[in-house]
Write a protein that binds this ligand. Structure first.
Ligand SMILES: Nc1ncnc2c1ncn2[C@@H]1O[C@H](COP(=O)(O)OP(=O)(O)OP(=O)(O)O)[C@@H](O)[C@H]1O
Ligand SMILES: [Mg+2]
Length: 105
């Protein structure tokens, strides 16, 4: 079992959810997060001076996949959907999952 953690642009979240649903991936956790990547933020310049925004809003999507053979499909689905080709498209992290229990049963 794996957990795929995708950090994507907020405006891409709905498309990623829809694309995953189309692939039969229903369960997920979504969190509104802030962060920064390789560029350590975005620098803005105006009349007053330079400003660094280093807490950029992103959406974190966590999906546990019980069948490891689905890993590449889920990664490709997210990547194809969330990619714009510009800096800030996000990251995907894959971590092993020891247990994944359903409380109801
Ligand atoms: N090393 C890291 N550790 C934890 N989270 C990270 C790391 N790098 C990026 N992130 C998370 O991913 C988000 C998006 O990062 P971003 O897409 O800017 O990555 P990047 O490596 O800078 O890629 P790009 O060069 O395409 O911008 C960040 O806001 C942060 O939440
Ligand atoms: Mg970046």
């Amino acid at each position: 079992m794996k957990m795929i953690i995708a950090i994507v642009r907020p405006e891409k979240c709905q498309a990623v959810k829809d694309a995953l649903k189309a692939k039969g991936v229903n369960g997920m956790t979504i969190t509104h997060v802030v962060g920064r990547g390789t560029q350590a933020g975005i620098k803005f310049t105006n009349r007053i001076g330079d400003f660094l925004v280093d807490e950029i809003e992103k959406i974190k999507i966590e999906v546990v996949i019980e069948d490891d053979s689905n890993e590449e499909c889920v990664i490709k689905t997210i990547t194809d959907t969330a990619n714009t080709g510009k800096p800030g498209d996000g990251r995907i992290i894959v971590v092993p999952v020891e247990k994944f229990l359903q409380i109801r049963s």
